[in-house]
Design a protein around this ligand. Structure first.
Ligand SMILES: Nc1ncnc2c1ncn2[C@@H]1O[C@H](COP(=O)(O)OP(=O)(O)O)[C@@H](O)[C@H]1O
Ligand SMILES: [Mg+2]
Length: 242
């Protein structure tokens, strides 16, 4: 089992889109995938049609854990963590042991890949859920998403993950409203790759793609060459990307 963390310091830069895409592709490749929605507003779950409670609210209401937060949708396990953003700072640590045991057993039995769709600027010990994932002792890869404005912050952010994530890819995603200055973006990606080769194993630019806008893996069969190559680079540890 491995985990791909999709991370970034900004909202609206493609974390959910990429996470859903990777989850869907891996699933089509025959892998058992768990999509973990760590967005406080559960946007990815919503896209997949998971409108039920999140794990932390199950705990808070004393409901059986994973009875409502974990669903099987379109051949994916979808685990929603938050359904009430106001609860995110509550301390659930007393219950962590039990959750961890159950989560561990589900993952060990049935899951090849975890895709973590994270909230902005999440850190390995940000909250109880991240701490639980850290304790699972699985190999982790990180896709660090950035737009052209947030590259420097993304580099700093990736450094905070240096010891927790083995293989890291920097992605400059050309999301709106950034002007489509592709050659500039490619230049920046190359510079980052050359100057931070200890930190990032690969760096790549993903262009704005009309078909990716409002991507929903259940509704649309859609493939993007760049996203495929990011995924393959993770699976096979390629260090250079086109
Ligand atoms: N490369 C891209 N081309 C076109 N649209 C994109 C691209 N990347 C992201 N988007 C769109 O940008 C918006 C924000 O993406 P989202 O994945 O929700 O970001 P985040 O999870 O980081 O907040 C969505 O509407 C998404 O479809
Ligand atoms: Mg998101």
């Amino acid at each position: 089992m491995e985990a791909i963390y999709v991370l970034g310091v900004k909202g609206g830069i493609g974390k959910t889109t990429f996470s859903l895409y990777f989850a869907k592709r891996l699933s089509l490749m025959g892998k058992n995938v768990m999509y973990i929605d760590h967005d406080y507003f559960s946007f990815g779950s919503l896209i997949l049609g998971h409108n039920d409670l999140g794990l932390l609210e199950e705990i808070e209401r004393n409901l059986p854990i994973f009875s409502r937060s974990l669903k099987n949708i379109d051949n994916l396990y979808v685990l929603k963590l938050f359904s009430n953003p106001l609860n995110i700072n509550k301390n659930y640590s007393l219950l962590s042991n039990k959750i961890q045991q159950v989560l561990n057993s589900i993952l060990k039995r049935e899951v090849d890949y975890i895709i973590l769709d994270s909230s902005v600027g999440i850190l390995p010990d940000n909250d109880i859920v991240m701490a639980l994932l850290e304790e699972l002792e699985i190999e982790k890869e990180g896709v660090f998403l950035s737009d052209m404005l947030s590259v420097n912050s993304t580099i700093k952010y990736a450094k905070l993950w240096e010891n927790n994530i083995k293989y890291k890819v920097l992605v400059i995603n050309m999301v709106p409203p950034i002007p489509e200055n592709l050659s500039e973006a490619i230049k920046i990606a190359n510079e980052v790759y050359n100057n931070y080769n200890e930190l990032f194993n690969a760096a790549i630019v993903v262009q704005f793609d009309e078909k990716m806008y409002n991507y929903n893996p259940i509704i649309a069969e859609y493939e993007n060459e760049k996203l495929n190559s990011i995924l393959l680079s993770i699976l096979y540890r390629y260090n250079t990307l086109k």
